[in-house]
Design a protein around this ligand. Structure first.
Ligand code: HEM
Length: 212
């Protein structure tokens, strides 16, 4: 769909409500709000965990993990739920179809991010929190596990960025070369950063045992 017809659709739906916001516009607002909550909390939490690890602030990382647990339900459960419900409603209410490339990328990316979070992040977070309560924030196993979890946040955030790119640029047909190039760049960079972070998460041998 071209920029022109998209704009036209917005004006048309808005005009129906004579200056008041339309149902479609309200859905867009809630949809974008859901994405801010999900991606915002994910990125901020990740950045602060990386920061605290780089500066050996393990106590702070432990407090942060507890804080993230506290906002888990509203931000990481209701946020994605609001996003998909309003996303489907927008497709049904607007001039879009479930076969449009960017909608498919949205659905696929959304499912991939949820599966990724369910398979790696949720059980890992549970384990690290249990270990943390038992051994404290300075335990090497707690630190290594926390680092591995942080490393696995990169691909999840990259998937969410790809969906965000699809949503905002709405690529269709032959006009989507730029979109796919950027997708490749985002995923390749995330792969490199993840591999490096996973390598750095490995417990390092002590200097004494290395020299013996
Ligand atoms: C991680 C998942 C998602 C994120 C971060 C996201 C984010 C966004 C954002 C920021 C917009 C506004 C774009 C703009 O106004 O230019 C948007 C629009 C839209 N999204 Fe999503 N979205 C996601 C998933 C989905 C899903 C799963 C669907 C459909 C099943 C969907 C359907 C739509 C539709 C139809 C619009 C068009 C609204 C418009 O521009 O008029 N989204 N999305």
């Amino acid at each position: 769909m071209s920029e022109f017809s998209r704009g036209l659709h917005r004006i048309r739906t808005r005009a129906c409500y004579q200056g008041w916001i339309s149902r479609y516009e309200l859905l867009v607002f809630l949809h974008v709000f859901g994405s801010i909550v999900w991606i915002g909390v994910g990125m901020t939490g990740h950045a602060l965990l990386v920061w605290s690890d780089r500066r050996d602030q393990h106590e702070f990382a432990a407090t942060l993990s507890m804080a993230i647990k506290w906002i888990e339900l509203p931000a990481l459960v209701f946020g994605p739920l609001l996003l998909v419900v309003t996303g489907v409603a927008l497709v049904l209410d607007g001039p879009w179809g479930f076969g449009d490339t960017w909608v498919l990328v949205g659905l696929g990316g959304y499912a991939a991010a949820l599966v990724f979070g369910g398979v790696f992040q949720a059980p890992g977070t549970k384990r690290v929190n249990a270990l943390l309560a038992e051994r404290g924030p300075d335990d090497p196993e707690v630190i290594a596990l926390g680092r591995r979890l942080n490393a696995l946040m990169w691909p999840e955030l990259a998937i969410l960025l790809v969906v965000l790119l699809a949503m905002t640029t709405k690529p269709t047909g032959s006009g989507s070369v730029g979109f796919w190039s950027l997708v490749f760049a985002i995923l390749a960079s995330a792969g490199v950063v993840t591999a490096r972070a996973l390598r750095e998460a490995e417990p390092r041998p002590l200097l004494a045992s290395r020299s013996s």
